[in-house]
Structures are given as structure tokens and as C-alpha cells.
Design a protein around this ligand. Structure first.
Ligand SMILES: [Zn+2]
Length: 444
């Protein structure tokens, strides 16, 4: 099978053809660092990581860019409330965010531009839009005229929505309000020290222009993949397309990939609904970040992930069981290409992780399969569940040797030797149990 992704732009699963063969550029909307990331936010970053690692697994060289939104309405308001500088305030949340990513085994993107360090690029882009007549100056800022951009709203399927004549200064607004949006907000008292000089008037950028400027700077005017949570389709991604394509006259992004929500009994997990859970909360309840990563793999990235502590507990048990079985598998130095091929096919089908996960389980449970361990190692390059690590029951080399010796004795029906080796193993603080799938070693 050829690699296929569901493209929000066309609402179809499409064959993936990068602009340059075997090289892929991906831009992911990063965090707005004004608060903690909740596990619903983190699901999108796990998806980004799976996407990138899958492409690398398939032989592509990936340049992955993820921005940090460290200036916008939310960050300014929240930093002022705490009475600290915007920089100090946002850097703290940025640090916590990257710690969360690390504990989820998420690889850092190739480039992580901060909005505050990319203001010049945003100003340049706004100047082009003004020059081309897509932007206009108002009393409180520079606005993008959605009427001027003919295909406005294609990504969000907004064609039938009446384009309002009014303007909106807020970065976030709902679907019923397709309005001219702010590219640049002129300085007000509320913004305090947070402004930059520009030819068209001092102020600060709107949220949407940030991503257009930072993505094109690093990946070029047209690039392969843009990702984000599905609630960003409108207005954020819709506005990114409008700004970028109006400025360059070229297609901005070829494939738009969106991750589904995480829902709780009370609905979507969101800060505004006040039903958020952080990784820290999960840890306090006895779950690891990787238990959560496992849970996310059980649902396709585009689907809603129904979260409950029961679901998470089932994932925790499944992951531990998986690791326990893997612990008993011996390295025969071979690699099982049959299962790896099936696993690869599942990934190529729009990253079908539930299917890929089922193939992993089939592999570990197949009594006749050879080359299991090396295949599992390859699979874990993508799943990143630390399947071959087992901190609590790390088995020293000398114990593994003894277990092998005992196995040989058992095969020769030399029960006396087998028993004496078992005693030796016990003396070292380990115990060996004979299961249908071979010897299982654990700490006593
Ligand atoms: Zn963005």
C-alpha cells in the first residue's frame, strides 16, 4: 500500500506525495504558554510525534517545526494578572510543557521558533498584505479583509456562510463569525510593555499571523503537512491559509491533518469547561505518562478519544502485560519481517494505530514467530512505550545466562541440574516461572 493521509482540505484519504521526494516539511501549531497543557492538548502532540516517527520509519527525512505562542491576548492578560513580565511568565509554562513532552517520549521538533523572536517576519508579511490590498488599517490595528480573498473558508467549508462586514480583534472567535480579523493590534495601555515598533504603527501581532510567518520562514512558501487539533480548523487555520496564500499567490499547505478531541463524560476536555486533567494529576492517581500514551494509540488520531480513569487503567494493565511478555522473549538475532510488514501497512493507512497495536499483540503472542525482539524494537521506535525497558524488573546478564542454562537442562530432561540452577537464581533474588510462552523471570 502507498502511504495515505486523510486531508481535511479535500475531506478525503489521499496518497501522500511530498514536494521533494523523501523529504517532508511539517508544521505543528505549538502551545500558547499561558497555562498548563492538559492531557487533551497533549494527545495532539503525541499524534505529531507518531506522524513524524512514522514518516522517518518509512524512510523520509523530516523537518518538523513547532512554534511557541508566547505573545497573544491570553498570555498578556495572564502575565499581567500575576504581575510578572511576559517573558518570565511564558518561559515557566514553556519549561513545564517540554517536561510533559519528555515524559511522553515525544521527540523535540527540529525547530521551535518563539513568536516574540519572529516579530520581524510577521511585520514583513503584514507589509506585503497591505501592499497587495488584502489588509487595511483601522483605528485599533491592521485587519485582513476576508472579502478580498476569494476562497476564504475552504478548509472549514465556510463557502455558504455570509462573510460579515464587521471586524474582530479577538484571536479566538466562533464559526458563526467569519469576520475581518486582526493581523496587528495597535498598542493600548493594557498591553503595557508588550509592543514592537512597525512602519504601520507600534503594537503586537495577532495570533494567526504568527503561525503563517513562522511556518513559511522555516519551511518555505508551500510545504507538505500542517497539523493541529481539530478546533483550530476555524478560525486559526482558515486564517493562516488566507494570509499566506494572499501574500504569496501560492498554495500554502498540501496536507492538513487534524487530531480529534479528548472527551470526558461531561463533554470535550477544555480549560473553559474546567474539566481538565494534567499528566501530574494522572501520576497522583498512579498512572505513568506512557500509560496515557498507550491509551491514545488505542483510538485512531482523528476519532474522539473517550477518556475515563477506567480506560486509562485498562491501558496501564495492558502495557504492563505487554512488557511482561516481552521480558520473557529471547533475542534470536533475527527480525520478523512478516509482522513488521503488516505493522507498516497499518501505519501507511492514515496512521491506523489501533490496528498497528493489534499486530504488535499478535506478534508477541505468536508462539511460532521468530525474530520477535528485533521487530518489537523497530515498532517501539514509533510507539515509544519503552517496551524493552523494565526498570522494576531489570534482569542482570548473569541471571539471563542462568535461565538459558536451565532451559538447556530442561530440554535435555536433566531435571536435577534444572532445579539446582533454579535455586541459584533464587539466591540472587530472582524467580523463574515456566509459562506456556517460556520462562518468565521476575524479582522476588
Ligand atoms: Zn498555529
Amino acid at each position: 500500500m502507498t502511504l495515505k493521509f486523510y486531508n481535511t482540505l479535500t475531506r478525503k484519504k489521499q496518497v501522500f506525495k511530498p514536494l521533494k521526494s523523501k523529504q517532508v516539511g511539517i508544521y505543528s501549531c505549538g502551545p500558547t504558554v499561558y497555562n498548563y497543557a492538559h492531557i487533551g492538548n497533549l494527545r495532539t502532540y503525541i499524534f505529531n510525534d507518531l506522524l513524524k516517527k512514522s514518516l522517518e520509519f518509512l524512510g523520509y527525512k523530516v523537518t518538523h517545526v513547532m512554534n511557541i505562542t508566547d505573545v497573544d491576548d491570553k498570555t498578556i492578560t495572564a502575565s499581567k494578572k500575576q504581575g510578572v513580565s511576559l517573558k518570565k511568565f511564558t518561559r515557566e509554562y514553556e519549561k513545564i510543557f517540554f517536561n510533559d513532552l519528555k515524559s511522553l517520549n515525544i521527540k523535540k521538533p527540529t525547530h521551535i521558533p518563539r513568536a516574540t523572536e519572529s516579530i520581524k517576519d510577521m511585520i514583513k508579511l503584514i507589509q506585503v498584505l497591505l501592499k497587495k490590498g488584502y489588509a487595511y488599517k483601522s483605528d485599533d490595528g491592521i485587519y485582513f479583509s476576508i472579502k478580498k480573498f476569494k476562497s476564504y473558508g475552504k478548509l472549514a467549508k465556510l463557502q455558504k456562510i455570509k462573510k460579515s462586514k464587521s471586524r474582530i480583534a479577538n484571536d479566538s472567535y466562533d464559526k458563526e463569525n467569519a469576520k475581518d480579523f486582526a493581523l496587528w493590534k495597535f498598542h493600548t495601555q493594557e498591553d503595557g510593555d508588550n509592543f514592537w515598533k512597525a512602519g504601520f504603527g507600534k503594537g503586537r501581532p495577532g495570533w494567526h499571523i504568527e503561525c503563517s510567518a513562522m511556518s513559511m520562514k522555516k519551511l518555505g512558501e508551500t510545504f507538505d503537512i500542517h497539523t493541529g487539533a481539530s478546533d483550530l480548523i476555524f478560525p486559526h487555520h482558515t486564517n493562516e491559509i488566507a494570509q499566506s496564500q494572499a501574500a504569496t499567490g501560492k498554495q500554502f499547505v498540501k496536507y492538513w491533518l487534524h487530531a480529534g478531541f479528548l472527551t470526558m463524560k461531561q463533554g470535550k476536555m477544555s480549560k473553559s469547561l474546567g474539566n481538565i486533567l494534567r499528566l501530574k494529576d494522572l501520576r497522583q492517581k498512579g498512572f505513568s505518562a506512557l500509560d496515557y500514551r498507550y491509551l491514545t494509540l488505542t483510538t485512531h488520531y482523528r476519532e474522539q478519544l473517550r477518556f475515563s480513569l477506567e480506560n486509562l487503567n485498562a491501558s496501564k494493565i495492558a502495557l504492563q502485560r505487554l512488557k511482561n511478555i516481552i521480558l520473557t522473549i529471547k533475542n534470536d538475532k533475527k527480525i520478523n519481517n512478516k509482522y513488521l510488514a503488516q505493522f507498516t501497512e497499518a501505519l501507511k493507512d492514515d496512521l491506523n494505530t489501533p490496528k498497528a497495536l493489534a499486530i504488535l499483540w499478535k506478534l508477541v503472542r505468536d508462539p511460532d514467530a521468530e525474530g520477535k525482539l528485533k521487530a518489537i524494537k523497530k515498532i517501539d521506535e514509533i510507539f515509544s512505550l519503552d517496551l524493552l525497558k523494565n526498570e522494576k524488573t531489570k534482569i542482570p546478564q548473569k541471571i539471563k545466562k542462568l535461565v538459558d542454562e536451565r532451559e538447556r537442562a530442561r530440554k535435555n530432561k536433566d531435571w536435577k541440574t534444572a532445579d539446582s540452577i533454579r535455586e541459584k537464581i533464587n539466591e540472587f533474588g530472582f524467580q523463574v516461572d515456566d509459562t506456556g510462552r517460556g520462562a518468565k523471570i521476575s524479582k522476588k
